[in-house]
Every structure is written in structure tokens, then in C-alpha cells.
Design a protein around this ligand. Structure first.
Ligand code: GLY
Ligand code: MN
Ligand code: MN
Length: 465
């Protein structure tokens, strides 16, 4: 499998989507806007994932329109020598038909003029709801001229529908091209974690100062060195107790030899994300308490991995994780047996939540928290209400998604122990997460991120190297 996605794959995706639009359906898919960071400096441009999934096109100011008969029209930036001198190459509509395999292409400057004509006599307009600010108003704006022509026999679409419903389901199961890109992104990210770990131990051994941003620099170096375009999300590099802040950013805290360091970082390669967390002893050796807690998180991850296979529910890895953590928290004395009872009691009363307050995974794909419903579509109505034992809120549980081959999810248990009088001091300020990316197969799952080890002994060996 090469990493270049053939044009025919995008054409097949468009055809598959068009076939679901229904008689007289038309779909409008914008790419992402360019965004200013401050004054006239913009953020690095990142295309919209839905748009890229259907076109492979990465320029800004572009739209795809698809009709139920399978015809595709692209609007893109026109060729403009002056703008290209400042901003770079533009494909332009003349070349777009051959380069992208669409049926027609026009300058984006013609969108407002041409699109109302395309909307005439259609039954339903599909576009992604609640994802692009101002899009619903733009669709209204294009429908107004259609309505004004009803006297001349034009029919105005009577329905609007959320295109995310269709595209999310398509993107949830990855094809072979997507999996090849995801494996590649995962390998680069694994190398980056190895590099950061090794740099940390070597620099501390040499008596050099190590700060969180030094380790972030090692990650970024490796991402770019292997051609990844960007981090898939803000890298977390957390030294010591900073690891207990779930959305911590790589900042400037010094890394001490006795600290654990938690790194949650992954690159994006050709539009696909990877998402890895490793927690390692900065100086290269786990202390007794660090290792005990680490081994517990790892055991919970192993249970989650074993529960990840086609036919199992999305929640199965989470439930497997929680079962192991609940028992381990009692065994390590983080939860008092006399107060909390058995592991089953810990689970039912969610007493583990103090130390493990997030879910065990999420879909992964073009977006790091990828699209796709977590509820099994055929069972949406099977609601079970329960009272949350901590907040008292009423929660509606619906049967979680049944895993299918080609779905990709993260498996990322953790424990976060803030200093408190009722917690053994050796565990104070330890934050541990272990995160791998899993492709679902018929009888199990493939961990595509194991280019960086997880076993405590292997991490120590790697850091000695
Ligand atoms: N790095 C984001 C996450 O793990 O969900
Ligand atoms: Mn994740
Ligand atoms: Mn992560």
C-alpha cells in the first residue's frame, strides 16, 4: 500500500456519498476558513477534514458540491500571479478537473452566482450542521434567489439535512489507504517519543538542565524530520505533578531526575492523526511507588486491549480498564477497603473517579477526536436512565457502538493522584497515562503505536541506551 491515495478512492467516496443523498439531493461541503492568530499573522492553514476526505485538496477557499446523480463540482481559488507570488501556488479551476477528478470546476468568486442555479429543483440540501460558523446563513442566502424564481417554475428545496450524519459513518470505518497513512503517522510519533525519552535521560545524566519545552522540541524535530505536517493536537509534556492536569501544555517547568514525565503527543501525516501517551521516569529508573502505579495502569491497558475486537462494544475496553483499576486502587491503599468495600462497590459508586476521571478512548482518524457516533445506530431508542452517584444528575445510557474491523480508537487509561491527607505520600503528585492507537480486527486489535515501548523494564532499558 503506497501512501499516495489514488484519485479513484476520492471518486469512490463521492459516489458512495452521492448514492445516499436521496432523489433530488444536493450536498455542499466547504473547506476550513483561514484563521488569523494576531493582527495580520495567520495560523498555519489546516483544511477541513470532510472536504479533504472527499477531494484530497488542501487549498483554502474551496467548496465541493455533489448531486445525487454523482456529479461533482469544485470551486477553488483562481490562478492569480500576484497572489501566488505572495502566498504560493494555486491549482486553479482549469487544472482542477484533471488533477482532482471532479466533473467541473469554477473560480470560488463565482460561487454565489452559480450555486443558486444548482440548488433549483432539488428536494433536499445537505451540508454539515454546526461545524462551520455562518454556513447555515450562507445556504439561506443561496436559497433566497431560488425562491424568487418560483414564479418562473423553479422549485425551492423543501428540506435541509445534516451531512455529518452520512460522512461520519463513512469516516468511522477506515479503508486500506487511510490505515496505511495512520500506521505511518503512528510510526513517526512513536519515534518522536523514543527520542524525547532518550534525550531526557542523556541530558540529565550529563548534568544539563531539562525543561518541558526541551522535550517538546525533540518531538517536533522528529515529526518534521519524517515529513509530518504538524502535531495533530497541542503536545502535552508534563513534569512531575503537572501530569495531574489533564490538558496541560508543554510549558517551562524544569524536569527533575526523580520526576515522572507524561508526554501526550502525536503528529498529523497527510491529514491523519496519531495520538500517543507515554509516562517515563526522567532519570531512567522508576521508584518503587512510581513503578507500582505504572504497572497498575499498564495492567488496566492490557485488559482494555484484550477487550477490543470486532463484535465487542465501544465501552468494553473502558469497563475492562475500570475493573482492573478499581481492584488496584484498593490493593495499593489509594482507596481504603474499610471505607470503600470491594472493587465492585468502587465501580458502582464510581469511587475510582477521583483518580481516573476520563474515558478510556475515542475514535481516531482525520481528527484526533474523530467523528462517528458512540451509540449503536440501530439501538438509539434503547435508553436506560440512571442517577450518577457523584453528581446526582440523570444520565441516559444508550447501547454503545459495536466495533467493526477498520474502526480505529485510542486505548488510554491513566491514574492521577493529587496530594491529599488520605492518600499515601509516596503516590502524591504522580500522574500516569499510557495511550496507544488500535485498529479493530475480527479477532482482536492491532496496536499501531508500539514503536515506543510500554513495559517498565523496556522503557528503562531504552533510557539507558
Ligand atoms: N491527546 C488527546 C487525547 O488523548 O485525547
Ligand atoms: Mn487520546
Ligand atoms: Mn492523547
Amino acid at each position: 500500500m503506497t501512501l499516495t491515495v489514488p484519485l479513484s478512492v476520492y471518486a469512490q467516496r463521492r459516489a458512495h456519498l452521492a448514492a445516499q443523498l436521496g432523489d433530488g439531493g444536493i450536498a455542499i461541503v466547504p473547506t476550513a476558513p483561514e484563521r488569523m492568530r494576531n493582527r495580520d499573522s495567520d495560523y498555519a492553514y489546516r483544511h477541513d477534514s470532510y472536504f479533504h476526505y472527499l477531494t484530497g485538496f488542501t487549498e483554502p477557499n474551496a467548496w465541493l458540491v455533489l448531486t445525487a446523480d454523482g456529479r461533482s463540482t469544485l470551486w477553488c481559488q483562481p490562478k492569480d500571479m500576484e497572489r501566488e507570488i505572495w502566498d504560493g501556488y494555486r491549482l486553479g479551476p482549469e487544472a482542477a478537473v484533471a488533477a482532482l477528478g471532479v466533473d467541473e470546476a469554477y473560480s470560488v468568486a463565482e460561487l454565489d452566482q452559480r450555486l443558486p442555479r444548482l440548488l433549483e429543483n432539488r428536494a433536499c440540501v445537505w451540508y454539515p450542521f454546526a461545524t462551520h460558523s455562518g454556513l447555515a446563513a450562507r445556504v439561506e442566502g443561496w436559497l433566497a434567489p431560488v425562491r424568487s424564481r418560483v414564479r418562473y417554475g423553479a422549485l425551492c428545496p423543501a428540506r435541509q439535512a445534516d451531512l455529518c450524519l452520512l460522512l461520519d459513518e463513512m469516516r468511522l470505518v477506515k479503508d486500506a489507504h487511510e490505515l496505511a497513512l495512520m500506521r505511518h503517522a503512528a510510526q513517526i510519533s512513536a519515534r518522536a517519543h523514543v527520542r524525547a525519552m532518550q534525550h531526557c535521560a542523556q541530558a540529565l545524566r550529563a548534568g544539563q538542565e531539562v525543561r518541558e519545552y526541551h522535550l517538546e522540541a525533540e518531538l517536533l524535530h522528529e515529526f518534521r524530520r519524517y515529513g509530518a505536517q504538524a502535531p495533530a493536537y497541542n503536545s502535552i509534556v508534563a513534569a512531575g505533578a503537572n501530569a495531574c492536569v489533564l490538558h496541560y501544555r508543554a510549558d517551562r517547568a524544569p524536569v527533575g531526575s526523580n520526576d515522572l514525565v507524561l508526554i501526550d503527543a502525536g503528529c498529523e501525516y497527510d491529514g491523519y492523526a496519531s495520538d500517543i501517551t507515554r509516562t517515563f521516569p526522567a532519570g531512567g529508573r522508576f521508584s518503587g511507588a512510581q513503578r507500582a502505579l505504572y504497572e497498575l495502569v499498564l495492567a488496566s491497558q492490557e485488559a482494555a486491549v484484550a477487550a477490543t475486537k470486532a463484535g465487542a462494544r465501544f465501552n468494553a475496553p473502558h469497563d475492562a480498564t475500570v475493573a482492573v483499576l478499581a481492584q488496584g486502587l484498593l490493593d495499593l491503599g489509594l482507596l481504603d477497603k474499610n471505607q470503600h468495600g470491594s472493587a465492585q462497590d468502587v465501580i458502582e459508586r464510581r469511587a475510582y473517579f477521583r483518580f481516573y476521571m476520563h474515558r478510556t478512548g475515542h475514535w481516531l482518524g482525520m481528527d484526533v477526536h474523530d467523528c462517528g457516533s458512540y451509540v449503536e445506530p440501530g439501538e438509539i431508542g434503547a435508553v436506560q436512565e440512571r442517577k450518577d452517584p457523584l453528581s446526582g444528575e440523570t444520565i441516559k445510557d444508550r447501547p454503545s457502538r459495536i466495533l467493526r474491523p477498520g474502526m480505529v480508537l485510542t486505548i488510554e487509561p491513566g491514574l492521577y493522584v493529587r496530594a491529599a491527607a488520605d492518600v499515601p505520600e509516596a503516590f502524591h503528585g504522580l500522574g500516569i497515562r499510557i495511550e496507544d492507537d488500535a485498529v479493530v480486527h475480527a479477532h482482536g486489535c492491532e496496536l499501531i503505536t508500539r514503536g515506543v515501548p510500554v513495559q517498565a523494564d523496556e522503557i528503562e532499558a531504552l533510557m539507558r541506551g
